[in-house]
Ligand binder design. Sequence first.
Ligand code: SF4
Length: 323
Amino acid sequence: MNLETKALFLSFGTVQVPHQIEGDQVSTAGPGAGGQSIFFRSGERMVRLSVVASSPLRLEERTEGCAILMGNREVASGQLVKPLLHCPEQAYITVSERCIYDCKFCAVPKLKGGVKSLQVVRMMVEKAKKTGLLRAISLTSGVEVSPQSEAERIAEIVRHLKCFDVPVGVSVSPYPGVNRLLKEAGVDEVKYNLETVDRDLFEVVCPGISFQAIMDALQEAVGIFGENRVFTNILVGLGESNKTLCRGIDELAEMGVLPVLRAVYPHPLRLGEVEMTRPSAERLLGLARYLKSALDRNDLRGDLALTGCYRCTGCDLAPGKDL
Ligand code: SF4
């Protein structure tokens, strides 16, 4: 799978999967929370695709491994990679599957899921560890009550996970003081999601949240966690221009933050609430190349990530690994 083919796959983001392949090869969660997905590795690259019956891409089994076809044409051959917890090699756990905020692209507030206790998270990580495949722990969380109480809950969980002796990454909604709390709990990497670098659009898609407060937390995090340890998700396809995106990428990279450029997933529970257009392969490629050059200019290295999406690479064209 070359870079262009991965960009093509990500522009669709979905694949049809025959029934006999489903089962433990299929992961839940990810950007299309609540659905199912597969991880397909071909050569050095890996892509995560949501399982959708109407997808223009189709997975087929081969004598050895499998292939992805578009119409009758085989576009790439490779193997499915079995996820550990959500993604390969990581225990990637959503602690609170609910949220008091109402970001217009996000399914979590609509799903109103449960909140995992420390014991449940610990048991999940223990099970993952027993496979011998665990390389990292990534915790993410909606906001059940407030950003502060959520971060305190996560910090407490992290203190109990350090015994597994793998790096821990955390993605939460920030508040003043979050970085010290997480650092002291033993967190190695943090991700505070800006979702869009278009400040006007942010007000519309993330009502009730402060753009500047996230920027402040990211800036402080670089000083506390160090270079190549601070990340932020930026969605592509909410109606933002490439010019605004590139300006935002530059600003973040100059701060020492690594943006994750994520193609928006138009979740069925959010259709019609806000513009969500899956970006074309060309747009994804152009932006990924711009991101790579911005990271290079600022001596940032995506391939050094210990946890999370830069380590996994399934959902994005990951600088330092894919290009
Ligand atoms: S890239 Fe991130 S969101 Fe996508 S599957 Fe991997 S860890 Fe999950």
